[in-house]
Ligand binder design. Structure first.
Ligand code: B12
Length: 386
């Protein structure tokens, strides 16, 4: 009895401290291994569904699902979630692309890590005893979603995101593994029922089954993590997304009518919800760094972002983009030139074809030449437009 009373006070303190730092949800789970998640992740790797993420190894999966290996003596995992939900505000009349909502404000890694560091300090102060802890936000070897599910923060949606009853899936997750023996919360007894909207709405068919994403087809992977060319057959399906994708969350009924974030760091920076595309094509490394300092978007790097902008322009197919794409055919990076050629082919007007023919005659390198020839061939199948 005495122990449970003491424990309840402790759990209460943990939750109060997390909420006081701006987290919307705080839950507690045991530090037992996550066997189901280990098995599932190993299967995804073996089926090739995590290809393209070379750091996502079997060894990492093992660590990520055995908290004891991350913090010897681990007893509990405190799981914290913060909303990044925001309204989109558009401030220009140019051709616009889309950036995933989690990237409209400051980089969440730093925002959450700063909060968790403070959380751990305050926890130690309030307990007046030495507490061993290790914090994780996304980039460390920890399965954030499995920990959040166990701690009752939310349930796994069929799109694999953690859906919370109060804030939908618009939450970012952080974990504190500790040697404190805390009374765990119960996982929520909820699931998505018959709903398959996310599966049906994914343009690339990346949700191959409930709870299973084929990373190689996910627009988020293609526009953020992939360093090379976006496979030609997937480019039309990427639409106007230039960094990440929210379709499987936008269509989710749980995400309707959930509150906006109160975290100032996640407020939308200038036109990030609907960025004007043409100016992005003329960024150099320095102006890219200035514009995306402390933003998640910097992960795509300047060249990756410009590749994505070309794809979006090809899909939007507005001839206004032709002069900028024509200039991009002279970009120093092959990756940008290849995707600019593709975009011109998709726009497909006489002027676009002329730009491609001129570039072909100027003796481009092999990859660009092949892309231009393919684009012109596709256009000749559609000669009426040229
Ligand atoms: C790798 C990664 C990616 C990759 C791969 C995506 C993926 N499905 O894993 C890419 C780059 C594509 C990606 C995209 C996104 N990501 Co990401 N990503 C991660 C990362 C680093 C690892 C995830 C992981 O371990 N995947 C391995 C695979 C096998 O796991 P899984 O797909 O989740 O599948 C689980 C379920 O299938 C479950 N399971 C198996 N069988 C069954 C059966 C049942 C009945 C149930 C219920 C569950 C279940 O077990 C599996 C393992 O846990 C985590 C951070 C972290 N350290 O955990 C962030 C993380 C998952 N990403 C996050 C976000 C925000 C995103 C995006 C929304 C960003 C965007 N808007 O573009 C998209 C969402 C795409 C999607 N629908 O998943 C958040 C998710 C927050 C949330 N509410 O869930 C995380 C947790 C980062 C964070 N700390 O906040 N991501």
């Amino acid at each position: 009895m005495e122990r449970s009373r003491r424990m309840n006070k402790l759990e209460h303190t943990v939750k109060q401290l997390g909420m006081a730092l701006g987290f919307n949800l705080v839950g507690i789970g045991s530090a037992e291994p996550f066997f189901r998640d280990e098995q599932a992740a190993l299967e995804r790797i073996r089926e090739g569904m995590m290809d393209g993420l070379p750091w996502y190894t079997e060894e990492r999966v093992h660590k990520a699902t055995h908290p004891e290996e991350l913090l010897p003596g681990a007893r509990s995992i405190i799981s914290l979630a913060i909303s990044y939900n925001n309204k989109s505000e558009v401030s220009h009349n140019g051709i616009a692309g889309r950036i995933a909502r989690y990237a409209w404000g400051d980089d969440y890694h730093q925002v959450l890590k700063d909060k968790l560091k403070e959380f751990v300090v305050r926890l130690g102060d309030s307990l007046q005893e030495r507490v061993r802890t290790r914090i994780f936000v996304d980039d460390g070897p920890m399965n954030d979603r499995a920990a959040a599910e166990r701690a009752g923060i939310g349930w796994f949606g069929k799109n694999t995101n953690i859906l919370t009853p109060s804030h939908g899936s618009w939450v970012l997750l952080g974990q504190v593994i500790t040697d404190l023996d805390l009374v765990p919360d119960e996982p929520l007894l909820k699931n998505c029922g018959d709903c398959v909207r996310c599966i049906e709405s994914c343009p690339t068919g990346a949700i191959v089954a409930p709870y299973a994403i084929d990373n190689r087809r996910c627009i988020s992977f293609l526009t953020i993590e992939l360093r090379g060319t976006i496979p030609r057959e997937l480019r039309p399906l990427v639409g106007d997304w230039i960094f990440g994708c929210d379709i499987c969350q936008d269509v989710c009924p749980v995400n309707r009518e959930v509150p906006q974030t109160l975290e100032p760091a996640f407020k939308q920076r200038h036109d990030f919800a609907a960025p004007e595309l043409l100016p992005l094509l003329s960024l150099d490394d320095k102006s890219f760094q200035d514009r995306f300092r402390n933003s998640p978007v910097k992960r795509a790097k300047r060249v990756g972002l410009q590749r994505n902008v070309c794809v979006a322009l090809g899909n939007i197919a507005d001839p206004i983009a032709i002069p900028a794409l024509r200039r991009s055919l002279l970009n120093a990076e092959t990756l940008v030139r290849v995707h600019a050629a593709w975009a011109l082919g998709r726009i497909g007007t006489f002027e676009a074809a002329d730009a491609l023919n001129r570039a072909l005659n100027s003796g481009p390198d092999l990859a660009v030449k092949a892309e231009i020839e393919q684009s012109l061939m596709d256009l000749h199948g559609n000669v009426g437009r040229v």
